[in-house]
Write a protein that binds this ligand. Sequence first.
Ligand code: GLN
Length: 192
Amino acid sequence: MKIGVLALQGAVIEHLRMLEEVGATAVSVKRVEELHDLDGLVIPGGESTTISKLMHKYGLMDAVRKFGEAGKPIFGTCAGAILLAKEIEGQSDAHLGLMDIKVARNAFGRQKDSFEVNLPVVGVAADYPAVFIRAPYLKHVGEAGQVLAKHEDKIVVARDRHYLAAAFHPELTEDTRLHKYFFDMVKEAKKA
Ligand SMILES: NC(=O)CC[C@H](N)C(=O)O
């Protein structure tokens, strides 16, 4: 199972390391050609507007959209979740627009720029250590989707078909259980 990590911004090395730990062959992706033999893709956190600009610049916006439309699983973390979303609160345009979720950016307020909490995540863990950094939250998950975790009544992890979104940074702890969950999604999709 070969899983790529979009390497335009963010904690790429940490994601690569965790994917390898759960059994994947993990590679960083900067060019369109590098998508071709991948079974899944992780889009890390960072700043969604910046990542979006770079994706357009390198032709990756269309290529990653096609990758998802072909049924290949994509896991967006923090800014990555914003990039995946069909709808972004207060913005007229989405980026990839693949996942049936609506997101609100920087949703936890300035005074709580970054924080860590243990959260139950359905099918993943009873106590997942979630690191939030200027995090978005999910205002809405489409009918085909499933809410996997909430923090203070706000949705922070969801799955919609072969797309997975987390509002926090699962690559910044030692806990690989969410990466394992995504790895299993990739395996499932490859079998189908
Ligand atoms: N840590 C993050 O990825 C933050 C996301 C950032 N606030 C954005 O809107 O893109």
